[in-house]
Ligand binder design. Structure first.
Ligand SMILES: Nc1ncnc2c1ncn2[C@@H]1O[C@H](COP(=O)(O)OP(=O)(O)OP(=O)(O)O)[C@@H](O)[C@H]1O
Ligand SMILES: [Mg+2]
Length: 408
């Protein structure tokens, strides 16, 4: 497998609420998860680093835990990236095949994908992904793998994701200071898509929403690949703040109440009441799940509508979408799938990480979608950014140069 050193691959999801490290090895039946570690993340806000030391601490804690479970040290990690600074665009490029036999070679594929990276990019931005959506060989559209095909003209349509250099560098800095090396960076909803979506869903057309603590990340897939990706700076943390404000209680208690009693639909077994401590902790008040729902539902609706609006504005009108898949910790809110069904007018399911073996009980939870997706991305060499951009000398050389000044 490309992207794997000694058959081991590691993912590091530095989220707004938790950092998750995963270690997997190439096994006879597929990628086998052998270690997973999780630690609270206090240095991130809405996907970006706001406190280096806290972030480093949380990376170290999560990695150590995963290493202990796996019984091995990790070095190279695939890292999730998200935040308001991420942008995407689709581009198209064309090259003449170099080969005299007029056959498409791997070299041509690399050249054409590299050519598609020539986009208007300000100096403070970097290309994170240039993912081939499909190739066109001598006018024949929709070719998934053109290598070996006869043809003189090779075109590619790519999905390009860019990010702010400083934001990426700050994440890489923390990773480096925690004693790890970056094997690659992956935009988080693309990682979550890799672990939760089935190939048929990507083919038919599906929306992936990763509802985290600080951000809700979007990836729209059609004909087998990503066509649009974005992020919204709203997630479960705002919901918790709403509950804290609405019930006038502490943040921690609000989080507890949200997880225990929070729901986006009416409970058919009847309403419940629960005691809430006032902020000074001296008295308690009774509140009902109906009150809680009145706080939670508007924010959930707002978030889902924002996601829908972004998609409506940015994907072609005639694009067929068959389904919405919700993942991330925010998707654990009971009833959120029903609300999403109303907003999108599409069937909705909750996505948990699949496509790996080992520790399946632990792994099959929506909050691990990104971390598991990172190892899948890494193992498949889908994190094409490493392969192609090292050769083209763009992202990684520039990044390495840029960051080495800071790291040394
Ligand atoms: N049972 C639950 N009901 C409602 N919300 C929940 C539940 N369990 C967890 N959450 C929420 O999920 C969020 C954390 O999700 P997740 O672990 O995917 O985020 P993250 O990866 O740390 O953040 P981000 O992806 O935004 O950087 C928190 O806001 C938490 O309150
Ligand atoms: Mg996340």
């Amino acid at each position: 497998m490309a992207g794997m050193k000694h058959g081991t691959v590691c993912g590091l999801d530095i989220g707004t609420t938790k950092t998750c490290a995963v270690v997997a090895v190439e096994g006879p039946t597929g990628l086998e998860v052998v270690g997973i570690g999780e630690a609270p993340s206090l240095g991130m806000r809405k996907g970006v680093v706001v406190d280096l030391d806290e972030t480093i601490k949380s990376i170290e804690a999560a990695t150590e835990q995963a290493e202990r479970m796996a019984g091995m040290r990790v070095q190279d990690v695939y890292i999730g990236i998200t935040g308001d600074h991420i942008r995407c665009t689709n581009n198209r490029a064309v090259v003449a095949t170099a080969n005299e036999t007029r056959e498409v070679g791997e070299v041509d594929v690399r050249r054409v994908v590299d050519a598609s990276k020539l986009i208007n990019l300000s100096a403070d931005r970097q290309i994170i992904h240039a993912l081939p959506r499909y190739f066109t060989v001598d006018g024949q559209e929709g070719v998934a793998d053109p290598v070996g095909m006869a043809g003189g003209r090779l075109e590619v349509d790519t999905h390009i994701v860019t990010g702010g250099q400083t934001f990426i560098t700050n994440v890489l800095k923390c990773v480096h200071r925690a004693g790890l090396e970056a094997a690659g960076v992956v935009f988080e909803p693309l990682a979550s898509s890799a672990s939760t979506l089935m190939p048929e869903e990507r083919q038919v057309g599906a929306v992936l929403l990763d509802i985290g603590g600080g951000t809700t990340d979007i990836a729209v897939h059609s004909l087998g690949s990503a066509i649009y990706s974005a992020t919204i700076p709203i997630g479960g943390c705002i919901l918790t703040s709403d509950v804290a404000l609405g019930l006038r209680t502490s943040h921690d208690r609000a989080e507890e109440i949200k997880r225990r009693f929070g729901a986006a639909v009416r409970d058919s077994d009847g309403e419940e009441t629960f005691a809430v401590e006032t902020l000074d902790g001296r008295t308690t008040r009774q509140h009902s799940t109906a009150e809680l729902r009145a706080i939670v539902v508007p924010r959930v609706l707002e978030t889902l509508r924002m996601a829908r609006q972004k998609i409506v504005e940015n994907v072609p009108r005639d694009l067929v979408l068959g389904e919405v898949v919700l993942t991330g910790g925010g998707s654990l809110l009971p009833g959120i799938a029903e609300v999403a069904e109303d907003v999108f007018g599409l069937p909705v399911r909750i996505g948990v990480p699949k496509h790996v073996v080992g520790l399946t009980q632990t792994v099959a939870q929506p909050q691990y979608a990104t971390a598991i997706g990172l190892i899948l991305f890494g193992a498949n060499g889908n994190g094409a950014l490493i392969e192609t951009s090292r050769r083209s000398g763009s992202l990684w050389q520039r990044l390495a140069k840029f960051t080495s000044d800071l790291w040394n």
